[in-house]
Design a protein around this ligand. Structure first.
Ligand code: NAI
Ligand code: 15L
Length: 259
């Protein structure tokens, strides 16, 4: 089952994951059209009963749905925080044993671009969105320790068809490489709760994936193919958050505390 199927990544993943499924159940809060060997279920992740029904009958869950940028806390609370709880409760109740969770680099967004980090460093979320992904990772850890449900949390960098700016030269991941991480995350023998940074084979990366070696992820793509076009863009000032922090502009978004 794929949540967030109407989104930017969901629209690509519904095709790239399809060959590895018997039936791919697609879900989003907005309607999606099912193709051959697909089912479509419109469901708000904030609705516990609806999510419980959604999960019934699934072998595995790829959880991409939710608010994907910094927004007022209430929106994040409903879609992401309650949403991820409902997904794991559904998994527990219906015996689903494997989840791939779309976490984000914004879980560690307040690390500086001069730092190199692995998946064991303390989290430094850069907003309510990053906090919700940190909560999702902790939820995954708890459901493994307590119920044996295994998860691969992918701290996705920037997954778009092309690199948009200098920061993304470090954070970019192609849809092909993201698909490989997801499939490896679903098929690997034992993952417990594994955190992996979702990046392609870029130069000068900030993230070290040695804690996720057992996934056997071998990126095929690199942001280098976009270097010429990106380096034609004006250089931001050295104190601009886009040049200072790994989370870039997200570290200066808001404040969104007052709903
Ligand atoms: P997106 O915003 O295009 O797609 C998210 C989907 O979730 C949308 O189709 C939306 O309708 C759905 N959704 C939102 N609230 C919902 C709710 N209450 N109930 C059910 N569905 C709901 O985001 P995108 O780019 O496709 O990202 C997919 C996932 O990957 C997100 O969880 C995002 O946080 C994460 N991610 C994406 C990155 C990227 O570079 N695209 C980077 C890091 C993380
Ligand atoms: C994310 O978590 C967002 O979902 C995506 O839209 C991008 O902003 C990405 O991070 C990024 O940091 O580039």
């Amino acid at each position: 089952m794929l949540t967030g199927a109407a989104g930017g990544l969901g629209t690509v993943l519904r095709d790239t994951l399809q060959p590895c499924t018997r039936i791919l159940r697609l879900s989003d809060i907005v309607p999606v059209q099912a193709g051959p060997d697909q089912e479509a279920v419109t469901c708000d992740l904030a609705d516990k009963q609806a999510v419980d029904k959604l999960v019934d009958g699934c072998d595995a869950i790829v959880h991409m749905g939710g608010v994907s940028v910094e927004r007022p806390f209430k929106e994040i609370l409903e879609a992401n925080i309650k949403g991820v709880f409902h997904i794991y409760e559904g998994a527990r109740r219906h015996g689903v044993k494997r989840v791939v969770f779309a976490s984000s680099n914004h879980v560690i967004g307040f690390y500086r671009q001069t730092e190199r980090i692995d998946a064991q460093v303390p989290r430094r979320p850069d907003g309510y969105y990053g906090l919700s992904k940190a909560y999702g990772e902790e939820m995954a850890s708890f459901y493994f320790d307590r119920y044996g449900i295994e998860t691969v949390s992918i701290r996705i960098g920037s997954c778009f068809p092309a690199v948009k700016d200098r920061r993304m030269m470090h954070t970019w991941i192609s849809a092909r490489d993201l698909t490989q991480i997801i499939l490896n995350g679903l098929m690997a023998q034992k993952v417990g709760h594994t955190i992996v940074y979702g990046m392609s084979a870029n130069k000068n990366v900030w993230w070290d994936n040695r804690c996720a070696d057992h996934l056997g992820y071998l990126p095929q793509d690199t942001s280098e193919v976009f270097r010429d076009q990106v380096e034609r863009q004006p250089m931001p000032t050295p104190d601009d958050p886009v040049s200072v922090y790994q989370g870039g502009a997200f570290t200066a978004a808001g404040p969104y505390g007052d709903d």
